[in-house]
Design a protein around this ligand. Sequence first.
Ligand code: ATP
Length: 238
Amino acid sequence: MTAILEVEALSSGYGPVPVLRDITFSVPTGSIAAVLGANGAGKTTLLRTLSGLLRPTGGRVRYDGADLRGVRVEHLVRRGLAHVPEGRGIVAELTVEENLRLGGLWRRDRADARRAQDEVYQLFEPLARRRRHAGHQLSGGERQMLALGRALIARPRLLLLDEPSLGLAPRVTAQIMALLRRLCDSDGLTVLLVEQNVRSALSVADQGVVMSLGRVVTATPAAQLRDDVTLRHAYLGF
Ligand code: ATP
């Protein structure tokens, strides 16, 4: 199976402060990898480095077979890499509709961008009802749907998702996880999912990448992490 994302001996940090050390794992195309670990383990820093917001201090990242060194963020977006950051990153002053249109700004295929927007309204019905409301008028769950919907309109091939379940009702979280699984199975989307909600992440993930203190302690099939009590106790504390 080809891997759309290959991370090898990656290190990164904030200025002189090192955070990630010697990170190695890969994500097969069309699969979901859950990045798990305690607060401060470096999960958000990993996503920021992969999406080009932070510059690696060592190692390399290959996306779709090409080295990412020196590639500008907007080129990554055009090449199908989407990052939905923690805190959601929607524009609070713009309406739902305007936020979604931002997601399609790069698309050359305008007709497909409109089609993708209609699909998002079908997937997330509360957004359809509130399409003329401003971002700041939305609930936490609706903002999360909007951030995810906006990313999907770009028809990404690799989706980097930071804490999509944060502040969501369990039912909505389950819907989002099921949606991700469906998009991976039917459209070949690949997802790297950072989650505090370990159970819900492992319920859809193919692989668990467990981090501690800026390192990967294990990258293993999610089923193994789900079923092996010793592994769970050692790495995930339950
Ligand atoms: P959380 O779930 O709390 O977001 P995390 O696993 O995502 O945790 P990171 O946010 O990546 O962890 O943080 C990893 C380390 O990097 C922490 O020690 C944190 O203090 C540090 N760090 C995070 N952001 C910055 C920043 N902007 N400047 C300097 N250090 C930072």
